[in-house]
Design a protein around this ligand. Structure first.
Ligand code: ADP
Ligand code: ZN
Length: 638
């Protein structure tokens, strides 16, 4: 269409909006649509329910030609098509649930150019008949819903999505819109790379802030403590069984755990059912329906539960163990408080969860070995969650930073456990922290590659341990060097050193601890030991009594970038995308977001300085280092 004036465009948009049955735009919708029309490319990231569909439906209604929408969610296509048709906007969908004859009939009408909006399941893209039609009719817009499915290491990869890149190339003249509900900067860059869109493609983010959620994390040591935490939160969020206000979802790590916890809560008087993929479909349907019909207060479920669950009055989401990543966590906890009223998220974890996750990630899938890069990437995602769990700054803001949605950060939500405990914090003695951390790391150095984390804690505490005796470690100066601290506290301290990146595990069956290069440098006082120590017994008793956990170290925190550093970060991201495209690798293989943030902050001048950034080892430095240094040098002010 000829470029309309601003006033004309405004009028067109409003007319389109009304045609679709809405009175006004939601925040961000108008900007998304005008950006898409102006630049012909857009990556839109907003949470589920944020109203992304309008961003392609409205242009479809006002542009001449046909709009293609790729989506993996067939049920959703069906509903949207029905709603559009009811509004007089011709729409249809193509999916394998339709008969061959039905598909042929629909294709024929699409080929006549009679359909404004065509929803297609990704597998349809490879059907020759479909590609033929696409070449025949004018396509004005290609929209890719759930665009993160194109990300190979994302949590929802769909191989058929990889074909969309070809389609984008084929439809040279069409506008391209990619929509997704979860995407960190590195995944967003991967989406652009795989779609073949330039680094200058606008990326709009909005609606991630969920300030009505009070997020909490609690570290627990034993089962009883977990029960106590769950019961406390249910009471706080729902009230008493039988007079419950709203509902709760309890996520459990295994099917067995869902059954056990569900049984325990049932005995406590809650109306509760378990839910997991191992149940027969009727049992699953029953649980889901009962939950939607408000016949249940609580569902104890594996992560199989939740897709398509739309109950606004979920007041609490509890995780009995950490999920795989911040993305997964935020998606799950985001099921609380959809009605905008106060709600709670409680994540529980134990030291053992770290080792369990590592085994899970490294477990070979059937016959083929997993690419070590994939293992490293997944482990990295989990470590990000652990770092977040450790706290240090507002949980809400830390998540927004993680997603790159700094614009919506609150500078402290005032209600998460970290904000609450920061308010009554007594201050910390840095020199003391450094000393304790260095002692802890020296114990790790001594058991390095030989024993597990418990042996390191025993060594620090000076506990009787045959392994220490046999190896003579009980006669070293490290033995008992932190004997004034109880062993559980020392375990927590060591775990914090893991999430700070100073200590790692090696071996599968009985993982031993190892001191990382960064850990060695902290131990030698070459770099500062920025860590918030686990609370001592007294604080812990206090926070536990309030049903609230503690704050954690600053080291693992996402770095807060000043505006200048943010600019360098963005330049590095654009560069990463270029490199990923020329080398044909996913962007995270070039560097993680965290690496780029650290480089932006450090502004290294030399290769040696560059290697101080997280995740930039010798091979990365050799392969990509010169490029990073060049970008930093170019961005350097003056
Ligand atoms: P998403 O694709 O981001 O998950 P949807 O596009 O499905 O979200 O929109 C979620 C809901 O919000 C839908 O029921 C839709 O009808 C409604 N909605 C979207 N935009 C508006 C608007 N401008 N005014 C009122 N309701 C809207
Ligand atoms: Zn907060």
């Amino acid at each position: 269409m000829p470029t309309p004036s601003a006033a004309e465009l405004d009028r067109l948009l409003l007319a389109g909006l009304q045609r679709l049955g809405y009175d006004e735009f939601r925040p961000g919708q108008r900007e998304a649509i005008t950006t898409l029309l102006a630049t012909r490319r857009l990556l839109l990231v907003a949470p589920t329910g944020g109203g992304k569909s309008l961003t392609f439906q409205l242009p479809a209604a006002i542009l001449s030609g046909t709009t293609l929408v790729v989506s993996p969610l067939i049920a959703l296509m069906h509903d949207q098509v029905a709603a559009l048709e009811a509004r007089g906007v011709s729409a249809t969908y193509l999916a394998s649930t339709l008969s061959g004859a039905e598909i042929s009939a629909r294709m024929a009408s699409i080929a006549r150019g009679q359909t404004r909006l065509v929803y297609v399941a990704p597998e349809r893209l490879s059907a020759p008949g479909f590609r033929e039609i696409v070449r025949q009719i004018p396509i004005s817009l290609l929209a890719i819903d759930e665009a993160h499915c194109i990300s190979e290491w994302g949590h929802d990869f769909r191989p058929e999505y990889l074909q969309i890149g070809d389609l984008v190339r084929e439809l040279d003249g069409a506008c391209v819109l990619a929509c997704t509900a979860t995407a960190t900067p590195v995944v967003r860059d991967e989406i652009l790379a795989r779609l073949g869109l330039g680094a200058d493609t606008p990326q709009l983010l909005r609606g991630f802030a969920r300030p009505n959620l009070a997020l909490r994390v609690a570290e627990i040591e034993e089962r009883r403590e977990r029960h106590h935490a769950v019961d406390g939160l249910l009471a706080e969020a729902l009230g008493a069984p039988r007079s419950a206000q709203g509902a709760a979802i309890v996520y459990a790590p295994t099917r067995k755990a869902t059954e056990e916890e569900s049984e325990r809560l049932r005995k406590a008087g809650w109306r509760v059912l378990p839910y997991h993929a191992g149940l027969e479909p009727p049992a699953r349907d029953r649980a889901q329906r009962a939950f939607m019909d408000r016949d249940l207060d609580v569902v104890v479920a594996t992560n199989a539960f939740g897709m398509g669950i739309d109950r606004g009055d979920v007041r609490a989401v509890v995780h009995l163990a950490p999920p795989s990543s911040i993305e997964a966590y935020y998606q799950e906890v985001g099921r609380a408080g959809r009605d905008g009223n106060d709600a709670y998220g409680l994540l529980l974890f134990t030291a053992a969860d770290i080792v369990l996750r590592k085994r899970l990630i490294e477990r070979p899938q059937e016959d083929f070995a997993i690419d070590p890069a994939v293992i490293e990437h997944k482990w990295g995602l989990f470590l990000e969650l652990l770092r977040w769990a450790e706290g240090g700054s507002c949980r809400h803001d830390a998540i927004l930073r993680y997603f790159g949605d700094e614009g919506e950060a609150l500078g402290g939500c005032g209600r998460c456990d970290v904000c609450v405990s920061l308010e009554d914090d007594a201050g910390v003695d840095e020199a003391e922290v450094t000393l304790i951390v260095r002692k802890a790391l020296s114990a790790v150095a001594r058991v390095h590659g030989r024993f597990g984390i418990q042996a390191a804690a025993n060594l620090l505490h000076g506990a009787v341990d045959p392994r220490l005796q046999r190896s003579g470690l009980d006669r070293t100066p490290t033995f008992g060097v932190l004997r004034e601290h109880p062993q559980p506290w020392l375990m927590r301290l060591l775990r914090r050193c893991v999430s700070a990146g100073w200590v790692d595990f090696s071996g599968d069956d009985r993982p031993t601890v190892i001191l990382t290069e960064a850990g060695r440098r902290v131990m030698k006082a070459e770099i500062p030991a920025r860590l918030l120590l686990p609370p001592n017994g007294e604080t812990r008793a206090r926070t536990r009594a309030r049903g609230e956990p503690h704050r954690g170290p600053g080291e693992g925190e996402q770095l807060d970038l000043d505006p200048a550093a943010l600019e360098v970060f963005e330049a590095l991201r654009a560069h990463r995308l270029d490199v990923a495209r020329t080398e044909g690798v996913p962007p995270y293989v070039v560097a993680s977001d965290r690496s780029l943030r650290e480089i932006a902050m450090l502004r290294p001048r030399t290769m040696e300085e560059l290697k101080l950034a997280h995740g930039i080892g010798p091979s990365k430095a050799e392969r990509f280092g010169a490029g990073f240094l060049r970008i930093v040098a170019d961005a350097r002010p003056g």
